[in-house]
Write a protein that binds this ligand. Structure first.
Ligand SMILES: [Zn+2]
Length: 405
């Protein structure tokens, strides 16, 4: 039994992924012998409804100075954050007297939109290499982890925030109570805290187990966020689903009683109860489904190997680390992974040590089958590669089940 990070109740894991490396730790050949792993297990707390990693990996290993994920490399995400910031500006009537704070601003992909509208803002980003890109865009950035003490420190030099934002960051942070205390401290009386993260309901419905990796300490639902907000005299006032990252949810939180609670909140909580996200049994069936995907995919890859087919993968995503290591996919099953991110190229994938090659070499490699790790961008990618793939080549996808197209 383990203690819940939110309410301290005892709970047990419903899935054990085994020893897992850091999802973004793409290594050079000489670094392969020195790989860090942690036991990755996930559990559901039936008291506060939070789904969470049972053991925490060493955070210093995750968000270090060579952190490989730059948000702005994706045009799709750039557009998404432009729309996000525009809608927030309109909703809260932001102007040059307002103040916006973003927790985990990465390379400034979101805040650059506020700068260009002359809305004062502040980024918080512990990874120095991505933070320095944000600084070059003219952003003020504090390179620390956000928590209650930092919120108090910010108040000494800045005003309270009209809006606090965060995208794909909250679920990374184990000490959620200090974050919510910090929000309570830093937020104006009529301010709002908006964040989005991969949504538990989508993960359970699609069996998208690969959303689970070291960085994702929590898988949030309206049920768990509602409970957590109440513990801090805050209130969940709106929820809006997003298509990003294979299905995300945007949660809006305000001081308790300060704003009207949207009917979306009640609707989603009811839906979650219908999906039985508040019952342990749902998570045990999820595990059965994941293991079925594993067995089907490994069987297929072995058959293709025996038939001497060339199988490569597309997109050295963080998600692929969970797939490769839990399924035990090795370079004899998948020859290499093609990726457009320079920092990952000519390195080896975490744990499975599959070579990562520059995307430019993908077409000349002349594959028979392409395993699509970046399945959340399937529509965009399949459209881009349509002509190339049409000549006797096939995509392999595995969410929500193994499929050849
Ligand atoms: Zn709990």
């Amino acid at each position: 039994m383990t203690k819940c990070l939110i309410c301290k109740s005892d709970f047990s894991p419903f899935i054990n992924f085994g020893d897992m490396p850091i999802a973004n730790a793409f290594s050079k050949k000489e670094e392969l012998n020195d790989e860090y792993t942690f036991p990755m297990k996930v559990g559901f707390c039936s008291n506060c409804k939070m789904v969470q990693l049972v053991e925490q990996p060493d955070r210093e290993r995750m968000f270090h100075d060579n952190y490989a994920f730059y948000s702005s490399t994706s045009k799709y995400m750039k557009d998404h954050f432009k729309l996000f910031s525009d809608s927030v500006s309109k909703l809260q009537h932001l102007d040059s007297n307002s103040f916006v704070v973003e927790i985990g601003c990465n390379d400034g992909i979101m805040l650059q939109n506020f700068i260009s509208s002359n809305i004062p803002c502040l980024g918080i980003e512990p990874s120095e290499n991505v933070a320095s890109v944000a600084t070059k865009k003219g952003l003020e950035v504090i390179t620390e982890f956000f928590d209650q003490p930092l919120a108090k420190k910010i108040l000494k030099s800045h005003q309270k925030a009209d809006v606090i934002l965060s995208a794909n960051v909250m679920c990374h942070i184990p000490y959620m109570h200090s974050i919510f205390d910090g929000i309570k401290t830093l937020l104006k009386e009529d301010g709002i805290f908006i964040f989005e993260d991969p949504y538990l309901g989508e993960i359970i419905e699609k069996t998208s187990f690969d959303q689970i990796y070291d960085e994702h300490v929590f898988l949030f639902s309206a049920l768990s966020i509602n409970n957590l907000s109440q513990m801090h005299e805050l209130e969940l006032i709106n929820v809006e689903s997003q298509v990003t990252h294979g299905g995300s949810m945007r949660y809006t939180i305000a001081h308790k009683g300060a704003k009207k609670v949207s009917k979306n909140v009640f609707k989603l909580i009811n839906q979650e109860k219908k999906l039985k996200l508040d019952e342990e049994q749902s998570y045990l069936s999820f595990t059965d489904k994941v293991n079925k995907i594993r067995d089907d995919l490994i069987k297929l890859l072995n058959e293709l190997k025996n038939d001497r087919k060339k199988v490569v993968a597309y997109g050295a995503t963080s998600k692929s680390t969970t797939v490769n290591n839990y399924f035990k996919i090795t370079p004899d099953l998948v020859e290499c992974i093609y990726d457009t991110t320079p920092i990952k190229q000519n390195k080896f994938s975490p744990g499975a040590h599959i070579p990562v090659l520059p995307y430019d070499q993908f077409r000349e490699s002349d594959p028979d089958y392409v395993l699509l790790f970046a399945w959340n961008h399937a529509t965009e990618i399949m459209k881009k590669e349509k002509d190339f793939m049409s000549t006797n080549r096939h995509w392999i996808t595995y969410i929500p089940n193994v499929n050849i197209s």
